[in-house]
Ligand binder design. Sequence first.
Ligand code: MG
Length: 345
Amino acid sequence: MSLHPGKMTLRFYPYELKLAHTFTVSSYSRTTTPDVQVEIDFDGYTGYGEASMPPYLGHSTESVSSFLSKVDLSQFSSPFMLEDIMEYLDSLSDSDAPAKAAIDIALHDLTGKILGAPLYRIWGYNPDKAGPTTFTIGIDTEDIVREKTLETAGKYKILKVKVGLDTDEQMIRAIRSVSDLPLAVDANQGWKDRSKALDEIFWLKEQGVVLVEQPLAKERIDDTAWLTERSPLPIIADEAVQRLKDIPKLKGAYSGINIKLMKCTGLLEARKMIAYARAEGMTVMLGCMTETSCACTAAAHLAPAADFCDIDGNLLITNDLFKGMIVRDGDMVLPQGPGLGLTKL
Ligand code: MG
């Protein structure tokens, strides 16, 4: 770093992600995901960041671009002013988490590059503890579910299955006909009746399911607390938790939280959420959206601090821009380069 570094400059451009398979969850289907790539330059270094906007969250290329156009990073002396910069971004709007996450990720990449060390090393995490990621199988016909499951053979140690429609049992049986891997299930708020949900969870446990994500609508805190109290499996909040401030009201209602950078504004807040969840004895899961290896690798740097990881967004697209975290024999392998450790493809 020079003694008189220049100002930070921010660039961004839209980039449409193409999905390898049509993706169906309990509420919608899609084949592409809008995305915005961010680059921040400082003192001869470039940090990469990304905003991914699955349409159901209400963000778009336009909303992200509009937010990023308002951001003036030249008022900050360096990318190390992370707390100040994120506070400034929150002062610009109450929403726009993906755009804020894109800046946060790029700043973390920059600071790591300037320090010459990978983020996990700066944070004191053991990269050998990154552990496995689940690979997600969307809701589909039994034949396609069987085919997709067979494609994963030998590559993963745990699968995640989208449930929440009236085909759950067929989905699980189709997978079980070709795989005995442990399963996580994600109902995406799709179950309506708490007693039926509890019966299904007991059945799922017999089928080798190890955790349940967002069983009921996010507003139904009391019903979810009822379920969690009786459930033989951990119940993880996803749609019900966005940021740090959402966790206190979930205490007792959920066993844990699914932290995603695009929901929580990035790595700085994600690390605070992990610390808070740990203090409350909650399970920590890390998730992602459909993203390039930029945002997925950013999330993967936190993996040594999590109990479960679902960081497969980069594996679900056909037009990745980077090489970063890879999955080997089912485990995530973190890159060794400084910052995020990305290589541009
Ligand atoms: Mg989920």
